[in-house]
Design a protein around this ligand. Sequence first.
Ligand SMILES: Cc1ncc(C[n+]2csc(CCOP(=O)(O)OP(=O)(O)O)c2C)c(N)n1
Length: 640
Amino acid sequence: MGRIERTLFKPFDLSIDNHKALKEFCRNARGDIIRMTTLAGSGHPGGSMSSLEIFALLWSQANVDPRDPLKEGRDRVVVSHGHTSPGVYATLGRLEFFDLRRAVATFRKAGSPFEGHIERSIPGVELTTGNLGQGVSSAAGMALADRCRGIHNHVWVVAGDGEHQKGQIAEARRFIRNFGLNNMTVVVDCNGLQISGRTDRVMYTDIASEYRADGWDVTEVDGHNLSALYRALRPDITSRAPRLVLAMTVMGKGVSFMENDPRYHGTALKPDQAEDALAELELPNDLKELSILRQESWKGRGDFNLRLPYEILDLEGTPIVYEADHLGDNRGAFGAALMDLARMNTDNLPLVFDCDLAGSVKTGEFAEEYPDHFFQSGIMEHNTASVAGGASIAGKVAFWADFGVFAADETFNQHRLNDINMTNLKVVATHCGLDVGMDGKTHHCINYISLMGSLYHCNTVVPADPNQTDRVIRYAATHPGNFFIAMGRSKIPVITDDNGEPFFGDSYRFVYGMHDHIRKGTDVAIVAMGAMVSKALETRGILEGKGISAAVYGVSCPLCMGPRLLDELSSYRLVLTYEDHDMDTGMGSKMAIAIACFRKSINLRRKGVTEYGASGRPEELYRMAGLLPAQIAEYIETEI
Ligand SMILES: Cc1ncc(C[n+]2csc(CCOP(=O)(O)OP(=O)(O)O)c2C)c(N)n1
């Protein structure tokens, strides 16, 4: 087989030799797709075979190096329809990003890195995908981050035509157009089929018109004609608009009995069918040998571990200390800390995303001072979560601030895919809990601990006052990984120590997982979170008048209930958790689980939200929920 020449898309046309080599490459790769899916007894051969020329051209001609797949400044090839993993593995394996035989033999085998949907740990794969509709947004985040870093590269994202029924792609399309990301091309594998049959019968979708209406350059091309496809995929540096390439393809291309048959979207060939298919492709049938290879003990994931080139801000600056008489909201403290961080790190500014709420979430000042790093993303939260996640793995620290109900509930699956991708996104969720103002139950985010807590790599923090908020924001900006920082809307008092000085003052440093013993006491411990910490202190005062001595603890990291905290709490006659969050899925429930798991003897009671709230001032809503200090004190008196 002739060798493919890597041209970086410089020539206008594919040379005759390169065309020949690529054609041969695709014939062989189709055989790999058949082999790997048949050996596994599952997988998605149909779309893999229709997308193959696209994959082969992109990964062989773009500026990506199999010997250094994470090279700075590279082009990016993102595949959004991640079920076409056999096509991706066949292409990358044949281009020597890794050992192809290993991919063919272990595809979908438990413990193998070659999973059913592509993963970012595979050399050459930029993004783990499989939840359709998100890849275009994530790729846009990468293109944005690369542009902000002054990298002159190109980002291609390949997606399915059925996938284009997803609304998030419309959001992504507008975003890309709006921010002039002409360093991007979206390529659609238009095979006209999806699981339930013909795409146009499943759901009316006019992909070309939709993109055109949003101001894109649209090119339609035969997706199996290598020369025409090469010309369509070639970046046009003079173009001012992002480019859509509609690659007209055939599902199951290359094997006559698979072509245009939707069953092969997600059905592997039986061994005898595979034999026929390989014969038609004029390839040897080595399935027996490969199935022996599949039985061999492959050592776990081998070298296929995610390298995390996380960017963090270098300088955390000098904390702002809010004095004891300050009455302010945590979101204001977030905005101030963000500005300070930005001014300290002008050569590595964070990217800040907003969904039409900048004034409320306090990113407006940043927007004014750093308009090139602020992205007004409209009411397109799904896209924004994915864009910000994508940007964060392309070397920029990304903040996204929004109301809790949009930052968590609206976008859970985007965060889940971000988390699987080990992104580096800092979500600041304001207006959490009943503390929203008068908007009512649709706007009460009272389940963020259970949502974000179910993600394995998301640090969830609920600061108690503006001082702690300031430190948490600085910590998140200077530490890698996903953070979800939750806060309410209202102005709240500064938490003070026994001497009336700010508890989270000059000498305080936030460390993820640490809790705060704010007041000593002997009878009862009130363990509070967020804005409830100041209410716990009020409760303590009321109890004092009744001769009950209450300790107050602040839990800012509700997912971290360790034995040390529990040991301390074991000495009290009663422990009460106190939170502006659903009681059964919040901090109190985390504590109950920890008590059971660590086998501690603690007399636990919980107070929190137990029903959707109403519309009213927070104090009225707290009264209705039984969460005012006087009500809590009365409850403790009866329980102790
Ligand atoms: C959000 C989401 N919904 C449903 C699925 C299940 N699913 C996997 S592939 C597929 C059809 C995709 O059609 P298309 O994009 O045309 O891909 P092709 O059939 O051409 O491979 C569906 C519904 C999914 N992976 N993600």
